[in-house]
Write a protein that binds this ligand. Sequence first.
Ligand code: CMP
Length: 137
Amino acid sequence: MSQRTLVLLKPDAVRRGLTGEIISRIERKAGWQITALELRTLDQETLEQHYGEHKGKPFYEPLVAFMASGPVVALIVEGERVIEGVRALAGPTDPIAAAPGSIRGDFGVIVRENLVHASDSEESAEREVKIFFPGRV
Ligand code: CMP
Protein backbone atom coordinates (compact mmCIF):
# COMPACT_ATOMS: atom_id res chain seq x y z
CA MET A 1 0.00 0.00 0.00
CA SER A 2 1.62 3.26 -1.13
CA GLN A 3 1.43 6.02 1.47
CA ARG A 4 3.03 9.34 2.33
CA THR A 5 4.42 10.52 5.65
CA LEU A 6 5.76 13.72 7.17
CA VAL A 7 9.27 13.42 8.59
CA LEU A 8 11.12 16.06 10.60
CA LEU A 9 14.85 15.93 11.24
CA LYS A 10 14.87 17.76 14.55
CA PRO A 11 17.26 20.60 15.52
CA ASP A 12 19.64 18.14 17.25
CA ALA A 13 20.03 16.17 14.00
CA VAL A 14 20.77 19.36 12.03
CA ARG A 15 23.19 20.74 14.68
CA ARG A 16 25.07 17.44 14.84
CA GLY A 17 25.43 17.11 11.08
CA LEU A 18 23.36 13.92 10.92
CA THR A 19 20.86 14.94 8.24
CA GLY A 20 22.77 13.30 5.39
CA GLU A 21 23.11 10.05 7.32
CA ILE A 22 19.41 9.96 8.21
CA ILE A 23 18.21 10.95 4.74
CA SER A 24 20.42 8.31 3.16
CA ARG A 25 18.88 5.61 5.38
CA ILE A 26 15.47 6.68 4.09
CA GLU A 27 16.65 6.86 0.47
CA ARG A 28 18.14 3.36 0.60
CA LYS A 29 14.73 1.76 1.20
CA ALA A 30 13.61 0.26 -2.11
CA GLY A 31 10.94 2.26 -3.86
CA TRP A 32 10.65 5.08 -1.32
CA GLN A 33 10.88 8.61 -2.65
CA ILE A 34 11.47 11.98 -1.06
CA THR A 35 8.90 14.24 -2.71
CA ALA A 36 9.45 17.43 -0.65
CA LEU A 37 12.36 18.67 1.43
CA GLU A 38 12.93 21.98 3.20
CA LEU A 39 15.29 23.39 5.83
CA ARG A 40 13.44 25.85 8.05
CA THR A 41 13.16 27.25 11.55
CA LEU A 42 9.73 26.57 13.00
CA ASP A 43 7.60 29.34 14.50
CA GLN A 44 5.37 29.02 17.59
CA GLU A 45 2.16 28.76 15.56
CA THR A 46 3.44 25.86 13.47
CA LEU A 47 4.68 24.06 16.58
CA GLU A 48 1.38 24.57 18.41
CA GLN A 49 -0.47 23.08 15.46
CA HIS A 50 1.95 20.19 15.13
CA TYR A 51 2.15 19.28 18.83
CA GLY A 52 -1.41 20.32 19.83
CA GLU A 53 -2.20 16.85 21.21
CA HIS A 54 0.64 17.22 23.75
CA LYS A 55 -0.40 20.66 25.05
CA GLY A 56 -0.63 20.56 28.87
CA LYS A 57 1.77 17.63 29.23
CA PRO A 58 4.86 18.30 31.35
CA PHE A 59 7.21 17.88 28.38
CA TYR A 60 5.25 20.21 26.06
CA GLU A 61 6.90 23.59 26.81
CA PRO A 62 10.51 22.32 26.73
CA LEU A 63 9.67 20.32 23.60
CA VAL A 64 8.40 23.41 21.77
CA ALA A 65 11.44 25.43 22.94
CA PHE A 66 13.76 22.70 21.69
CA MET A 67 11.98 22.40 18.35
CA ALA A 68 12.31 26.19 17.84
CA SER A 69 15.98 26.23 18.89
CA GLY A 70 17.35 25.83 15.36
CA PRO A 71 16.36 24.76 11.88
CA VAL A 72 14.74 21.42 11.12
CA VAL A 73 14.60 19.54 7.84
CA ALA A 74 11.01 18.73 6.88
CA LEU A 75 10.37 16.00 4.31
CA ILE A 76 7.52 14.21 2.67
CA VAL A 77 8.41 10.60 1.96
CA GLU A 78 6.24 8.42 -0.23
CA GLY A 79 6.20 4.69 -0.82
CA GLU A 80 5.12 1.26 0.27
CA ARG A 81 4.13 1.15 3.99
CA VAL A 82 6.23 4.25 4.55
CA ILE A 83 4.35 5.39 7.70
CA GLU A 84 5.19 2.24 9.66
CA GLY A 85 8.51 1.97 7.84
CA VAL A 86 10.02 5.32 8.81
CA ARG A 87 8.94 4.77 12.42
CA ALA A 88 10.72 1.41 12.34
CA LEU A 89 13.88 3.08 10.97
CA ALA A 90 13.63 5.70 13.75
CA GLY A 91 13.07 3.27 16.64
CA PRO A 92 11.04 3.95 19.80
CA THR A 93 10.67 7.46 21.30
CA ASP A 94 13.21 6.81 24.07
CA PRO A 95 16.60 6.47 22.33
CA ILE A 96 18.03 4.37 25.15
CA ALA A 97 15.27 1.80 24.55
CA ALA A 98 15.87 1.93 20.79
CA ALA A 99 17.86 -0.93 19.26
CA PRO A 100 21.26 -0.30 17.70
CA GLY A 101 20.70 -0.09 13.95
CA SER A 102 17.80 2.30 14.36
CA ILE A 103 18.38 6.06 14.00
CA ARG A 104 17.55 6.80 17.63
CA GLY A 105 19.36 3.68 18.83
CA ASP A 106 22.53 4.62 16.97
CA PHE A 107 22.63 8.37 17.69
CA GLY A 108 20.30 9.34 20.55
CA VAL A 109 20.38 9.48 24.35
CA ILE A 110 17.78 12.07 25.43
CA VAL A 111 14.03 11.44 25.00
CA ARG A 112 13.28 14.99 23.84
CA GLU A 113 16.28 15.17 21.51
CA ASN A 114 15.42 12.02 19.63
CA LEU A 115 16.51 13.23 16.18
CA VAL A 116 13.44 12.47 14.08
CA HIS A 117 9.69 12.82 13.98
CA ALA A 118 7.57 10.61 11.73
CA SER A 119 3.77 10.64 11.39
CA ASP A 120 2.13 7.80 13.33
CA SER A 121 -0.94 7.13 11.13
CA GLU A 122 -2.49 8.04 7.78
CA GLU A 123 -4.67 10.65 9.51
CA SER A 124 -1.65 12.24 11.24
CA ALA A 125 0.32 12.16 8.00
CA GLU A 126 -2.36 14.07 6.10
CA ARG A 127 -2.77 16.60 8.93
CA GLU A 128 1.00 17.13 9.27
CA VAL A 129 1.69 17.35 5.51
CA LYS A 130 -0.86 20.21 5.40
CA ILE A 131 0.88 22.01 8.29
CA PHE A 132 4.37 21.83 6.78
CA PHE A 133 3.61 21.84 3.06
CA PRO A 134 0.27 23.63 2.69
CA GLY A 135 0.63 23.79 -1.10
CA ARG A 136 0.49 19.98 -1.40
CA VAL A 137 -2.74 18.29 -2.36
P1 CMP B 1 7.85 12.59 18.77
O1 CMP B 1 7.29 11.23 19.01
O2 CMP B 1 8.38 12.98 17.46
O3 CMP B 1 6.72 13.64 19.20
C1 CMP B 1 6.50 13.97 20.55
C2 CMP B 1 7.83 14.33 21.12
O4 CMP B 1 7.79 14.73 22.47
C3 CMP B 1 8.73 13.10 21.13
O5 CMP B 1 9.07 12.81 19.81
C4 CMP B 1 9.84 13.57 22.03
O6 CMP B 1 10.71 14.47 21.34
C5 CMP B 1 9.03 14.38 23.04
N1 CMP B 1 8.70 13.58 24.22
C6 CMP B 1 7.80 12.59 24.33
N2 CMP B 1 7.76 12.11 25.59
C7 CMP B 1 8.65 12.85 26.29
C8 CMP B 1 9.09 12.84 27.62
N3 CMP B 1 8.59 11.99 28.51
N4 CMP B 1 10.04 13.73 27.97
C9 CMP B 1 10.56 14.61 27.08
N5 CMP B 1 10.17 14.66 25.79
C10 CMP B 1 9.25 13.79 25.39
